[in-house]
Write a protein that binds this ligand. Structure first.
Ligand SMILES: NC(=O)C1=CN([C@@H]2O[C@H](COP(=O)(O)OP(=O)(O)OC[C@H]3O[C@@H](n4cnc5c(N)ncnc54)[C@H](O)[C@@H]3O)[C@@H](O)[C@H]2O)C=CC1
Ligand SMILES: CC(=O)[C@](C)(O)C(=O)O
Ligand SMILES: [Mg+2]
Ligand SMILES: [Mg+2]
Length: 348
């Protein structure tokens, strides 16, 4: 563990320097890693582990898009791609990467396969933390741990292919073998994490649910929509409103923030912009903070988990999500965005 100073607070993190890939391979040399579910995280994690030289198989329901995608990605039915029950039987580390709602339905099957000494791996603290709602209570004689890549499985794979690494959190819930922590970190390195920071299942799920509902996804769309609507109501064209709300942020300014922080991005803009942004960020913070507090409390009380389970357990949940995604896609702002994206010279 490397001790690092994060803005004045000391924290320990695990880097690839101190826990190299060779060590991770050694730790899991005798394991068969069964990735159950081939949705978004399933492909990212399984392909990275396969390319990293681990013994990986995939378990997925036969027929359907995910099964076909697995075959297209080079998984071979009967060799490295199996029906879920068969993969569960063969695996010594069970990576439970179905959607959080689907994990509830399949749990009785998974539980049966968890013979003593096996490991149960998650990428979210959801199922374990909300056990009263999910019924997910693992047997005492298996290791239970998580590695949660902090980003989409799509980025996890893309960054790996580019030689980069997305960072992940890790946590041990149950250590039956006495070796759970090392095995967990080895998995974290195996899936292609850039570095790993430690948490517990409760803190992982509460921060994650807050982040995705907040600045990462929910709040950002909300604030985009509000500014776009004000610009349009005041006579600005869709292209002007979109460029000034989204395109400039994603294409020009956020890459600068990613590279060197907010102050550096500010410093690379005009002093006119700096003056205004420095005056306005606090009013925006003050206006939104009560919403973030409401959000956090709703996560903490279990209300957000309840909503997610209820809604995503319905037979037609995919169609319902698609209708709401279409509402975004078909909005003037994102239709304007589609045209703007088409005009990027590199796409032409
Ligand atoms: N999507 C992402 O990039 C991230 C996901 N996670 C976590 O990783 C885990 C997996 O999430 P995703 O990859 O988004 O899952 P997903 O929603 O893409 O679903 C994964 C797979 O579950 C299968 N499935 C759905 N219902 C099923 C059922 N009733 N029986 C059998 N199979 C079923 C689907 O065919 C799909 O292949 C979750 O715990 C999630 O919170 C964590 C970080 C990011
Ligand atoms: C990509 C990620 O980490 C999220 C937003 O938390 C999720 O997909 O659940
Ligand atoms: Mg997340
Ligand atoms: Mg999440």
């Amino acid at each position: 563990m490397a001790k690092l100073n994060f803005g004045g607070v000391e924290e320990e993190v695990v880097t690839r320097e101190e826990f190299p890939l060779e060590k991770a391979r050694e730790v899991l040399a005798d394991d068969t890693i069964a990735v159950i579910g081939y949705g978004v995280q399933g492909p990212g994690q399984s392909l990275n582990m396969r390319d990293n030289g681990f013994n990986v198989i995939v378990g997925q329901r036969k027929g359907g898009k995910s099964w076909d995608k697995a075959i297209a990605d080079g998984w071979v039915p009967g060799e490295t791609l199996f029906e879920i029950e068969e993969a569960l039987e063969k695996g010594t580390i069970i990576c439970y990467l179905l959607s959080d709602a689907a994990q509830i339905e399949l749990w009785p099957t998974v539980k049966k396969a968890l013979t003593p000494g096996k490991s149960l791996y998650f990428s979210h603290g959801f199922g374990i933390t909300y056990k009263d709602k999910t019924g997910i209570v693992p047997p005492a004689d298996v290791d239970v741990f998580l590695v949660a890549p902090k980003g989409s499985g799509t980025s996890l794979r893309r960054m790996f292919v580019e030689g980069k690494g997305l960072n992940s959190s890790f946590a041990v819930f149950q250590d039956a073998t006495g070796n759970a922590r090392t095995r967990c970190i080895a998995m974290g390195i195996g899936v292609g994490s850039g570095y790993l920071f430690e948490t517990d299942f409760y803190r992982e799920v509460t921060s994650d649910l807050t982040g995705e509902r907040g600045t990462l996804m929910g709040a950002i769309q909300g604030i985009f929509a509000a500014q776009y609507e004000v610009l349009r109501a005041n006579g600005h064209s869709p292209s002007e409103a979109f460029n000034e709300t989204v395109e400039e942020l994603t294409q020009s300014l956020m890459p600068l923030v990613a590279e060197n922080g907010m102050d550096w991005m500010y410093a690379n803009c005009s002093t006119t912009a700096q003056r205004g942004a420095l005056d306005w960020w606090k009013p925006f913070r003050d206006a939104t903070k009560p919403v973030f507090e409401k959000l956090y409390n709703s996560v903490k009380s279990g209300e957000q988990a309840e909503i997610s389970i209820t809604r995503n357990s319905k037979a037609d949940y995919r169609e319902k999500l698609e209708v709401e995604l279409a509402e975004l896609r078909d909005s003037e702002m994102w239709r304007a965005g589609s045209t703007v994206r088409g005009l990027r010279p590199e796409r032409g």
